[in-house]
Design a protein around this ligand. Structure first.
Ligand code: AMP
Length: 118
Protein backbone atom coordinates (compact mmCIF):
# COMPACT_ATOMS: atom_id res chain seq x y z
CA UNK A 1 0.00 0.00 0.00
CA UNK A 2 1.42 3.44 -0.86
CA UNK A 3 1.78 5.96 1.99
CA UNK A 4 -1.01 8.51 2.55
CA UNK A 5 0.40 11.82 1.32
CA UNK A 6 -2.89 13.74 1.51
CA UNK A 7 -1.74 15.65 4.62
CA UNK A 8 1.55 16.77 3.04
CA UNK A 9 2.09 20.27 1.69
CA UNK A 10 2.58 20.71 -2.03
CA UNK A 11 6.33 21.20 -1.47
CA UNK A 12 6.66 17.97 0.50
CA UNK A 13 4.88 16.18 -2.33
CA UNK A 14 7.37 17.69 -4.79
CA UNK A 15 10.31 16.75 -2.53
CA UNK A 16 9.18 13.12 -2.28
CA UNK A 17 8.67 12.95 -6.05
CA UNK A 18 4.89 12.55 -6.00
CA UNK A 19 4.32 15.86 -7.78
CA UNK A 20 6.34 17.11 -10.74
CA UNK A 21 8.00 20.51 -10.67
CA UNK A 22 10.28 22.59 -12.85
CA UNK A 23 13.44 21.82 -10.86
CA UNK A 24 16.52 24.06 -11.19
CA UNK A 25 18.70 22.48 -8.48
CA UNK A 26 18.62 19.73 -5.87
CA UNK A 27 20.98 18.43 -3.21
CA UNK A 28 20.54 16.48 0.02
CA UNK A 29 19.29 19.55 1.90
CA UNK A 30 17.08 21.47 -0.52
CA UNK A 31 15.38 21.78 -3.86
CA UNK A 32 15.02 24.84 -6.08
CA UNK A 33 12.01 25.08 -8.41
CA UNK A 34 10.50 27.68 -10.66
CA UNK A 35 7.36 29.21 -9.14
CA UNK A 36 4.24 27.97 -10.90
CA UNK A 37 2.75 31.51 -10.84
CA UNK A 38 5.78 33.75 -11.41
CA UNK A 39 5.54 37.32 -10.12
CA UNK A 40 8.65 38.43 -12.05
CA UNK A 41 10.47 37.31 -15.23
CA UNK A 42 12.61 35.09 -12.99
CA UNK A 43 10.87 33.68 -9.90
CA UNK A 44 12.19 30.59 -8.19
CA UNK A 45 11.73 29.04 -4.76
CA UNK A 46 14.43 27.62 -2.49
CA UNK A 47 12.88 24.93 -0.30
CA UNK A 48 14.54 22.94 2.50
CA UNK A 49 13.86 19.21 2.51
CA UNK A 50 13.56 19.40 6.31
CA UNK A 51 10.01 20.27 7.31
CA UNK A 52 10.05 23.73 8.85
CA UNK A 53 6.70 25.49 8.60
CA UNK A 54 8.32 28.91 8.45
CA UNK A 55 11.25 30.83 9.90
CA UNK A 56 9.19 31.00 13.08
CA UNK A 57 9.81 27.25 13.37
CA UNK A 58 13.60 27.55 13.02
CA UNK A 59 15.89 26.67 15.93
CA UNK A 60 19.59 27.22 16.59
CA UNK A 61 20.29 23.76 15.13
CA UNK A 62 18.92 25.03 11.78
CA UNK A 63 21.56 27.74 11.43
CA UNK A 64 23.73 25.85 8.93
CA UNK A 65 20.69 24.81 6.88
CA UNK A 66 19.40 28.38 6.66
CA UNK A 67 22.83 29.60 5.56
CA UNK A 68 22.96 26.84 2.96
CA UNK A 69 19.59 27.91 1.54
CA UNK A 70 20.85 31.48 1.07
CA UNK A 71 24.09 30.33 -0.57
CA UNK A 72 22.12 28.07 -2.95
CA UNK A 73 19.76 30.97 -3.74
CA UNK A 74 22.74 33.15 -4.66
CA UNK A 75 24.37 30.39 -6.76
CA UNK A 76 21.20 29.66 -8.74
CA UNK A 77 20.60 33.39 -9.27
CA UNK A 78 24.15 33.71 -10.60
CA UNK A 79 23.72 30.69 -12.88
CA UNK A 80 20.57 32.29 -14.30
CA UNK A 81 22.52 35.48 -14.97
CA UNK A 82 20.58 37.72 -12.62
CA UNK A 83 22.38 40.95 -11.87
CA UNK A 84 20.10 41.71 -8.94
CA UNK A 85 17.16 40.11 -7.21
CA UNK A 86 14.80 40.28 -4.29
CA UNK A 87 14.74 37.47 -1.72
CA UNK A 88 11.56 37.13 0.30
CA UNK A 89 10.10 34.72 2.82
CA UNK A 90 6.48 35.07 3.90
CA UNK A 91 6.20 33.79 7.45
CA UNK A 92 2.71 32.99 8.67
CA UNK A 93 -0.70 33.40 7.09
CA UNK A 94 -0.92 37.01 8.28
CA UNK A 95 2.19 37.74 6.19
CA UNK A 96 0.72 36.09 3.09
CA UNK A 97 2.24 32.61 3.42
CA UNK A 98 0.06 30.13 1.54
CA UNK A 99 2.25 26.99 1.53
CA UNK A 100 3.07 25.97 5.08
CA UNK A 101 6.59 24.74 4.40
CA UNK A 102 9.47 27.23 4.63
CA UNK A 103 10.64 28.62 1.30
CA UNK A 104 12.53 31.62 0.00
CA UNK A 105 11.24 33.39 -3.08
CA UNK A 106 13.91 34.79 -5.40
CA UNK A 107 12.55 37.38 -7.81
CA UNK A 108 14.60 38.93 -10.57
CA UNK A 109 13.91 41.14 -13.47
CA UNK A 110 16.16 41.00 -16.47
CA UNK A 111 19.04 38.62 -16.87
CA UNK A 112 22.38 39.86 -18.12
CA UNK A 113 21.79 38.14 -21.49
CA UNK A 114 18.35 39.76 -21.85
CA UNK A 115 20.08 43.11 -21.38
CA UNK A 116 22.66 42.27 -24.02
CA UNK A 117 25.48 42.36 -21.47
CA UNK A 118 26.73 38.82 -22.12
P1 AMP B 1 3.81 31.77 -0.28
O1 AMP B 1 2.51 32.44 -0.65
O2 AMP B 1 4.87 32.69 0.19
O3 AMP B 1 3.54 30.62 0.67
O4 AMP B 1 4.35 31.17 -1.62
C1 AMP B 1 3.93 29.95 -2.15
C2 AMP B 1 4.36 29.94 -3.58
O5 AMP B 1 4.33 28.61 -4.05
C3 AMP B 1 3.45 30.76 -4.51
O6 AMP B 1 4.24 31.75 -5.16
C4 AMP B 1 2.91 29.72 -5.49
O7 AMP B 1 2.78 30.22 -6.80
C5 AMP B 1 3.97 28.63 -5.40
N1 AMP B 1 3.51 27.31 -5.75
C6 AMP B 1 2.40 26.66 -5.30
N2 AMP B 1 2.32 25.43 -5.84
C7 AMP B 1 3.40 25.28 -6.63
C8 AMP B 1 3.89 24.22 -7.47
N3 AMP B 1 3.23 23.06 -7.59
N4 AMP B 1 5.03 24.42 -8.14
C9 AMP B 1 5.70 25.60 -8.02
N5 AMP B 1 5.31 26.62 -7.26
C10 AMP B 1 4.16 26.48 -6.57
Amino acid sequence: MSPDTSMLSVFERIICGELAADKLFEDDKCIVINDIHPQAPVHFLVIPKKKLVSLMDAKACDQALLGHLLVVAAQVAEQLGLKGYRLVANNGQSAGQTVMHLHFHVLGRKTLSEQGLI
